[in-house]
Every structure is written in structure tokens, then in C-alpha cells.
Write a protein that binds this ligand. Structure first.
Ligand code: B12
Ligand code: SF4
Ligand code: SF4
Length: 328
């Protein structure tokens, strides 16, 4: 990785960054694609479909008037994927940042970088802001849109979180070269997705069919399981299947040394118990006690009802021991 102005590459690496990019282009290239896509996807992801949310995503200046340019960083969780390869039921990102919610872990790091660069008027882009972050990373030269819709970096694959600093001034950095599409004739992700959530013509997901939506984002108590979920590997929190089969993740996995912190290890083992044990543990806790138990972790996002709905699915299929082994 190259240094960032006065910041050494080794310092960025110590923050968990595998690459960074820069762009002055504030308009999203793929906004038209997003605006077509959003027409069909309000129900389970309502926050994306408001008029303001759509308008803001077209151009970062719609949200932050003074914006002039953006720095984009890729925060890696490949080491956690390596270590949890035999335990694929919890999304890698959930264990990759010390078992903590990445929003909380990464924003101080971004502020730290901003301080190093002497920035005063800036905003962060970290998942929840109205910014098309994959498009921003594309414009910053960090990768291409894979058929699984992930932003894929030619060297680092796709096991990373995209985060940005939106600046109110330009920096003395050359504009990035846009990465070309390296998917070629491969269709591994489309074939591997058990719920057929990948729309092969448009490189987008049918979000309502994605296991990640059903296990994390959908807060309804009684939403039936997505057809095909039974053929999953027993994903109970998020889903990485279409990344795990992607050839562009093979080399990064070979290269990294696996490492799970003590806290992440705890959660890995906790979710490795039979579904019946996890179900009982969650059910026995009051809403507040559950919040205390899961405080600061990503597992709090789906909430009690969603967690129980998902676990109950596996229990109904296998009431004797509640293992979440898929039954094909
Ligand atoms: C809503 C959302 C979801 C939804 C919908 C995902 C989706 N693919 O649309 C759900 C809940 C399903 C989801 C799941 C996951 N998510 Co999510 N999610 C988001 C969020 C908040 C918005 C994404 C969005 O706007 N989707 C709408 C689609 C249309 O836009 P898009 O995903 O940006 O895709 C672009 C391209 O596909 C392109 N495009 C569209 N059509 C076409 C057509 C052609 C021909 C071409 C070339 C391009 C193209 O334009 C789009 C807009 O820029 C972003 C954060 C953010 N603010 O951007 C994180 C984000 C996309 N998620 C992320 C992650 C990590 C995940 C999961 C891996 C989590 C997990 N393990 O369960 C899965 C991955 C599922 C998958 N294969 O995408 C990361 C992705 C990092 C990366 N390397 O790409 C993001 C960027 C968060 C972050 N800050 O790092 N997510
Ligand atoms: S995350 Fe899982 S369910 Fe969603 S598109 Fe990828 S493989 Fe399919
Ligand atoms: S699995 Fe193949 S088609 Fe899918 S994103 Fe990776 S390279 Fe592209």
C-alpha cells in the first residue's frame, strides 16, 4: 500500500486498512442503477427508499454541501474469515473487528486519520450515511462491482468494510484509475446462492431473497423463510456464501494469518452451540438483559424477535437436538 500524504503505509496497516483511494468525483456513476433497483426494494429496507435518501445518494454534495473530495479506506476482516472457515454460520464481519460493531470500532480510526491530515471540516461515510459506498470505492479506484454486487479489490478480494472521509477541500493526490471488471465468464456466486438472490443481468441482489436481509434486517416476527434457505450452510446471522465461493477471495485467504480476539472467539463458540441452546438462552433473557449481554456487538442489530425467528426455523426442522445442519 502507498503512503497517504504524510501518513506512512505501516501506520494505515496498523489500523487494519489494506488499501485506500481518493476521488474528486462526487456524483455516483451507478445512480441510475440504484434508482431502478430501489423501486422494488422498500419493504424490508424502508430507510433506503425515502425521497431524501434517494436524492442524497445521487451526489455527495446533496448531503454535505461543502464536499469537494473523498478518501476511501478498506478495513479488512479476512483474518477472521480464515479462522472461522469451518464455522460459516455467522458473517465474517461480525467476528472481524474484535467481535464488536464495526461502526464503533472504525469511526475513531477515521477521526484519527483526519487529525493526522489536519482536517477540520469533514464527514465520515461508514455504512449508515446516504452514500453509495461501493460506487464511491469504485470511483476511488479500489475495485469493481462483482456479479455478487460486492466491491472486489484485485489483490484483497471482498472481505472488507468500506469507509470514507468526505472532505471540504481537494487534496494533492492524483485522481484514481477506475478498475476494470475481472469477473469474466465466472458465475460461481450466482450458482452458489441458495436462495437465488443474485440478479444475474443487473449485478444487483433481490434484497428480499438475501439471507442477510432475512437474518439481520427483517424485524418482522413471522416473515416466512426464503425458499432455498434450507439449502444454506445454516447461516443464522448474515451470509457470506457468495463471497466464500468467489475466486478473488482465495489468494487473500491464503496470504493472511488467521486471528480472532478473545471476545470474537467467545462469540464464535457461543454461536457454535446447538440452535436449541442459543434459542433458550436468548428467550430466557429480558429485552434489556439481552441488550446488556450483546452490547457493542453486531448481534444486537437484528433484535430478539429476529434472532428467535431464525433459530426457530432450524429447531422446527430438527426438534431433537436443534442442530443447524442443513437438510437438503
Ligand atoms: C442495503 C445494504 C445491504 C442489503 C442489500 C445489499 C445489496 N447488494 O444491494 C443487504 C441487507 C442484503 C446487505 C447484505 C450484505 N452487505 Co450490505 N449494505 C447495504 C448498504 C447499506 C446499501 C447498499 C445499497 O445501496 N444497495 C443497493 C444496490 C443497488 O447498490 P450497491 O449495493 O451499492 O451496488 C452498486 C452496484 O451494484 C452498481 N450496479 C447496480 N446495477 C448495476 C448494473 C451493472 C451492469 C453494473 C456494472 C453495476 C451496477 O450500482 C450500485 C449502486 O452504486 C451498504 C452501505 C452503503 N451505504 O452503501 C452496505 C454494504 C454494501 N454491505 C456490505 C456488506 C459487508 C454486506 C454483507 C457481506 C454482510 C453479510 N455478510 O451478511 C452482505 C453481502 C450481500 C451481497 N452480496 O451484497 C458492505 C460491502 C463491502 C463490499 N466489499 O462491497 C457495504 C458497502 C457496507 C460497508 N460500508 O462496507 N447489504
Ligand atoms: S449473501 Fe447469501 S443469500 Fe445473499 S446473495 Fe450472497 S449467497 Fe445469496
Ligand atoms: S464469484 Fe465469479 S462472478 Fe461472482 S463476483 Fe466472484 S468472480 Fe465475479
Amino acid at each position: 500500500m502507498k503512503p497517504l500524504l504524510t501518513i506512512e503505509a505501516s501506520y494505515l496497516e496498523s489500523l487494519g486498512i489494506v488499501d485506500w483511494g481518493y476521488t474528486r468525483e462526487l456524483k455516483a456513476q451507478s445512480f441510475k442503477n440504484f434508482s431502478h433497483w430501489i423501486k422494488d426494494h422498500h419493504e424490508t429496507l424502508p430507510y433506503l427508499g425515502t425521497q431524501q435518501s434517494i436524492y442524497n445518494r445521487e451526489n455527495i454534495q446533496h448531503w454535505f454541501k461543502e464536499a469537494q473530495s473523498a478518501l476511501v479506506f478498506l478495513f479488512d476482516y479476512t483474518p477472521a474469515k480464515k479462522e472461522s472457515a469451518e464455522f460459516p454460520k455467522v458473517a465474517g464481519y461480525a467476528l472481524g473487528f474484535d467481535g464488536l460493531d464495526y461502526h464503533d470500532v472504525l469511526s475513531p480510526k477515521l477521526h484519527e486519520i483526519a487529525t493526522h491530515l489536519g482536517l477540520e471540516n469533514y464527514k465520515l461515510s461508514l455504512d449508515t450515511q446516504p452514500i453509495l459506498e461501493r460506487d464511491l470505492a469504485l470511483r476511488a479506484g479500489l475495485g469493481w462491482f462483482g456479479k455478487n454486487s460486492m466491491l472486489i479489490h484485485p489483490k484483497h478480494g471482498s472481505y472488507f468494510i468500506i469507509a470514507g472521509i468526505i472532505l471540504s477541500r481537494p487534496l494533492a493526490i492524483e485522481d484514481a484509475r477506475i478498475e476494470i471488471d475481472h469477473c469474466g465468464h465466472c458465475t460461481a456466486c450466482i450458482e452458489a446462492c441458495p436462495t437465488q438472490a443474485i440478479h444475474s443481468d443487473t449485478r444487483t441482489l433481490i434484497a428480499d431473497k438475501c439471507i442477510s436481509t432475512w437474518t439481520i434486517e427483517d424485524r418482522r416476527e413471522d416473515t416466512p423463510a426464503i425458499p432455498g434457505y434450507e439449502a444454506s450452510r445454516g447461516e443464522i446471522f448474515g451470509c457470506d456464501i457468495c463471497q466464500d465461493v468467489c475466486p478473488w477471495n482465495r489468494k487473500p485467504l491464503e496470504r493472511v494469518v488467521g486471528f480472532l480476539s478473545e471476545r470474537a472467539q467467545f462469540w464464535r463458540e457461543w454461536y457454535h452451540q446447538p440452535a436449541s441452546t442459543i434459542y433458550e438462552a436468548i428467550q430466557s433473557l429480558s429485552g434489556r438483559a439481552l441488550q446488556r449481554f450483546m452490547q457493542g456487538t453486531p448481534f444486537m442489530r437484528p433484535g430478539k424477535k429476529t434472532l428467535l425467528r431464525v433459530l426457530n426455523y432450524w429447531l422446527k426442522r430438527d426438534p431433537t437436538n436443534g442442530s443447524h445442519t442443513p437438510h437438503n
